[in-house]
Design a protein around this ligand. Structure first.
Ligand SMILES: [Zn+2]
Length: 186
């Protein structure tokens, strides 16, 4: 399955990038559990620095589970998704793939995200902040489908704004800043 991945994945990337932008609307807010999030981020940083792929995947999964559990709509939380952490980023002359999201469908009960943890050229472990930003980027695709109930997920300005807000929220957890612990999405 791994050998076919870049071809399969590039279809999704092209699909996502070429569609026209669409309007978004405000939908809700949530508060991250600072203590829990900080613990998971610290553990993830630690495992990433040790280049332990299995453990990075496990902690990334727990972090995504934790965040999905905290984002609620109509008293239901966003469904969890399966996190796959892989090695060297697939690449070609257009660049390297950092991550990919596959929505749930009739054949696939759970949505999935794929994150690569080593750079394409030097095969070095990616920086912690880059890794987190990719995780959150793929999570934002998940929110488009599961929170906003959209049929597709596009790289709109609003998408990137939401991604930045979420990333900022994570960093404030790491810095123990309780002031900004309410994050609005939408
Ligand atoms: Zn994307």
């Amino acid at each position: 399955m791994k050998a076919n991945m870049p071809g399969i994945f590039s279809q999704y990337i092209i699909h996502a990038d070429l569609r026209p932008q669409q309007q978004t609307r405000s939908s809700g807010f949530f508060k991250l559990n600072i203590y829990q999030t900080k613990q998971l981020l610290t553990e993830l940083d630690n495992q990433l620095s040790q280049a332990n792929m299995d453990r990075v995947e496990e902690v990334s999964q727990r972090l995504m589970d934790s965040i999905c559990c905290q984002i609620k709509k109509d008293k239901k939380h966003v469904p969890a998704l399966r996190v796959h952490v892989l090695g060297v980023r697939p690449s070609d002359d257009r660049g390297a793939l950092h991550g990919l999201y596959e929505p749930a469908d009739s054949d696939r009960y759970r949505a999935r995200m794929y994150i690569w943890m080593r750079t394409a050229k030097r095969h070095e472990v990616v920086a912690f902040k880059t890794f987190i930003r990719t995780l959150i980027h793929e999570l934002c695709h998940h929110l488009d489908y599961e929170f906003y109930q959209r049929q597709e997920s596009l790289h709109t300005k609003e998408f990137y704004r939401r991604e930045s807000c979420l990333v900022k929220q994570l960093w404030s957890c790491l810095d123990n800043e309780s002031v900004n612990n309410e994050f609005s999405i939408g």
